[in-house]
Design a protein around this ligand. Sequence first.
Ligand SMILES: NC(=O)c1ccc[n+]([C@@H]2O[C@H](COP(=O)([O-])OP(=O)(O)OC[C@H]3O[C@@H](n4cnc5c(N)ncnc54)[C@H](O)[C@@H]3O)[C@@H](O)[C@H]2O)c1
Length: 272
Amino acid sequence: MAYNLLKGKRGIIFGALDERSIAWKVAEKAHEEGATFTLTNAPIAMRMGEINKLAEKCGSEVIPADATSLEDLENLFTKSSEVLGGKIDFVLHSIGMSPNVRKKKQYGDLNYDWFLKTLDVSALSFHKVMQVAEKMDIMNDWGSILALSYIAAQRTFPDYGDMAQAKAVLESIARSYGYRFAKKNKVRVNTISQSPTMTTAGTGVGGFDVFFDYADKMSPLGNASAESCADYCVSLFSDLTRMVTMQNLLHDGGFSASGITDEIIEEMTKGK
Ligand SMILES: NC(=O)c1ccc[n+]([C@@H]2O[C@H](COP(=O)([O-])OP(=O)(O)OC[C@H]3O[C@@H](n4cnc5c(N)ncnc54)[C@H](O)[C@@H]3O)[C@@H](O)[C@H]2O)c1
């Protein structure tokens, strides 16, 4: 059910790779809620061509940008405000990639050039997006900027590798830039820490199936789906959450507050 929560709002959505992507679901919901927005992804991700289907469905223009390139970001913001007809109200940063995780490097055998790449793509790009937006003075007052994080920023999950550091940096950037943007023009900046979700980035983490089932059993409400994450993102882009800023918001079905659950006890006592 749609509520017109984003009627008249203009946005930029990073990171819709295919139908499973969290950003894909956010785009669909934002469209249902009346927003207009551009879609963007790294030029290399465009090759699959999937994003064009989403663009057609949402009446959006696709503007390629490598989120680590300041030049690409300047071009993206300039073109987006031209296409959408004004300043921007919301931005979704839904980007993550670690060459070390992709290539299954152990945490004690990391390639440091790749580590820097992980940080640049998955965390510094968030700073770059905001620095470019600030310098271009492209955000509307009371706008909302959001990135997606994971609880490995606070707790260790062995197969998550150097992405854990990237998420810790990402969440810290949200606090530091959130302060700055609040003072500048009341723009809020937050991260949503999402449950494990079956997407290309998610399933790239070693042992993801077990990881997913464990989190599902450890969460009283079960894992939060990509669709419910999209609902939460929409609420944070809407005017109903204007005073929420500089937060890491846990969207995890209760995982982070649970010590043990009946399902885990049942699992552990099987066969005893
Ligand atoms: N899937 C999960 O289990 C899970 C859980 C918590 C948080 N997250 C986070 O959600 C976000 C979205 O991931 P997803 O699960 O939807 O997977 P996804 O693979 O669909 O999305 C990741 C996106 O990052 C894009 N990307 C990579 N390098 C880029 C670059 N240089 N410039 C621009 N874009 C680039 C990819 O093309 C892709 O579209 C990520 O930040 C991820 O860490 C995912």
